[in-house]
Write a protein that binds this ligand. Structure first.
Ligand code: APR
Length: 243
């Protein structure tokens, strides 16, 4: 990191495990427990948005959504999130691309943050990408059409089968194109296009560092793998950088 000029962190669900939020794959993963959901959630939503919201209002959401929602309610950033924000403040990292929707990175003070899978406390117009922050209020019923373009409004969280909004994808690619070091933290490297960004960085000559207690699909790309949890590795890394 010291020798690099532009360091980008790519975080995944493992980054929030120590905040009490289950990951998706591996030990304690939601997909491990409930099976991976169908990939046509977005197509279902677009077919019948009102029906989708009504099912949600009647808590007919899938079991994994209900479990994830409960864990998200009380979640707070942990020492790893704060260490990452401090690294950004000190110029040790330049940006964070997160696959997480929990908003903990923003709560910990990260500024140059790209939420590639959206943020659970925001709504988004699927036509013009206008986003509305909800704060802690999470709607149960279908929101009004977009005030700007009358388009269909949904949660900002990217659904299975939904393309990544082009504005965040462009921003993420721009960060990756500038990176000469990418630190992957708590991601299995399973889901594209997020994981593909790490491959693009590596093929452009960036050094990849992995922080994950387990091997992942990105281990082979990584010059260094710290087999450690985010909550301990990141504060240790911060200390090493500032002392
Ligand atoms: N610290 C660091 N890493 C951890 C920790 C921890 N305390 N605990 C678990 N991990 C690692 C696991 O070893 C695993 O490699 O976090 C990773 C979590 O992997 P996934 O559950 O696959 O999460 P992620 O890579 O973010 O998934 C990407 O898949 O289902 C979609 O939209 C969902 O954004 C998610 C995407």
């Amino acid at each position: 990191m010291d020798e690099s000029t532009y360091v980008v962190a790519m975080t995944g669900a493992g980054m929030s495990v120590e905040s009490g939020i289950p990951p998706f794959r591996g030990v304690g993963g939601l997909w491990t427990k409930y099976g991976t959901p169908r990939m046509d959630g977005y197509a279902d939503f677009k077919k019948d948005p009102i029906g989708w919201w009504n099912r949600r209002a009647n808590k007919e959401a899938d079991a994994h959504i209900l479990e994830l929602r409960d864990a998200l309610e009380g979640a707070k950033p942990h020492a790893g999130h704060y260490a990452l924000a401090e690294m950004e403040k000190r110029g040790a990292i330049q940006s964070v691309i997160t696959q997480n929707i929990d908003g903990l990175d923003e709560k910990a003070g990260l500024k140059n943050l790209i939420e590639i899978h959206g943020n659970r406390t925001k709504l988004r117009c699927i036509e013009c990408n206008e986003r509305i922050s909800l704060g802690s209020f999470v709607p149960l019923y279908a929101p009004k059409p977009c005030e700007k373009c009358d388009g269909l409004v949904k949660f900002d969280t990217v659904m299975f089968g939904e393309p990544i909004p082009d504005d965040v994808m462009t921003a993420a690619r721009a960060e990756i194109n500038k990176a000469d070091c990418v630190i992957t933290i708590g991601t299995s490297g399973t889901v594209r296009p997020a994981s593909g960004l790490v491959w693009i960085a590596e093929s452009a000559g960036a050094t990849i560092v992995e922080i994950n207690p387990n091997k992942t699909k990105l281990t082979a790309l990584s010059k260094i793998s710290l087999r450690s949890k985010a909550g301990s590795a990141l504060p240790t890394l911060l200390n090493a950088l500032i002392n």
